[in-house]
Design a protein around this ligand. Sequence first.
Ligand code: GLY
Length: 383
Amino acid sequence: MIKRYEEWADTLIEKIREKMAWVSEKNKDKIPYQTDAEGNYDDRSNPSVNWNQDDGLSWWTNGFWGGIQWLLYQDTGEERYAEIARLSEEKLEKCFQSFYGLHHDVGFMYMPTAVADWRLTGRADSRRTGLHAANLLAGRFNPAGRFIRAWNDTWDDTKGWAIIDCMMNLSLLYWASEETGDPRFRQIAMLHADTARENFIRPDGSVCHIVEFDPETGKMVRSLGGQGYGEGSSWTRGQGWAVYGFMISYLHTKEQKYLDTAKKVADYCLENIPDSGIIPVDFRQPAEPAWEDSCGACVMAGGLLELAGCLPEGERERYEDAAVKILRAIGESRADFGRGCDAIVQNCSSAYHVQVHHENMSYADYFFMEAVYKVKGTGQFMW
Ligand code: GLY
């Protein structure tokens, strides 16, 4: 708990509890991603609205609704939230059968659902689901390049593509080794983390989104701008994934190099966070249009708080202050706690070069809630 921000966190937690009580009940049978024009959540588990029949249920954010419910369960102790979370968990098990839609984001899908359930309640079926997902993730490892392949060949040949976001998914591998005593999962995670340190993190602490390797030789081919402004830019959500992701590697391995990398990226973020605390889509985007990304903001705040938690007094405060500055900006001017919209966090952008910016996305709510609970010192560590 960060004592000097406790009162602020308490006020927000009250608002979160009040809003999420009715939002959860209203949407309990869904796996929401975004709201429609009327503020009602969609359902990414409904085949009739999925953009691709195979991939729909495997949509990378489909674990976060369950994760939100487990956060609420831990906060309130109310069984109804566990019941809603389990509905997501049961649906996501079906992805193993369809298989083709699955990708490296099985970490995002199964850590906040099955693994959270196992950790919180000891449900044996959930452990099995988590281990199954970990084996699928390990199976994406390319030994020549020592990286985990991100996506399938849906729109391009992506056999050699790795992305910074994967640092979060490594948690599933660390967990699987801790759970089974088999070091292979952790070994793969660390090899990938080392490749990411060498190839994604620039000397100034900014981060590439996508790096392409030759899948046969493992040699680095090029970096791509991905969801950011362009090649050589600094997609803020990627910065957040890097801080948080390297912290996950540090927390599970206690290897100093991962803490140092998280700190290096965090220091770069601190130099670039605007005074307003509002986070742009890319730290290197033009001043106009001033596209924002509240998802990236919440992820970054979560990573900074994990980093702060591992630093001694005197060093940690600047990261705590930066995280709270970001969360305060969201809470004061980018959050909707009213009845007109199912989502709390507004002004999210999936990428810089998309038609529609400033939408809501359920995983922003997840990372916002998770970060506020971190400030309060409660909540399940999901990663
Ligand atoms: N992991 C995909 C994204 O951050 O949009």
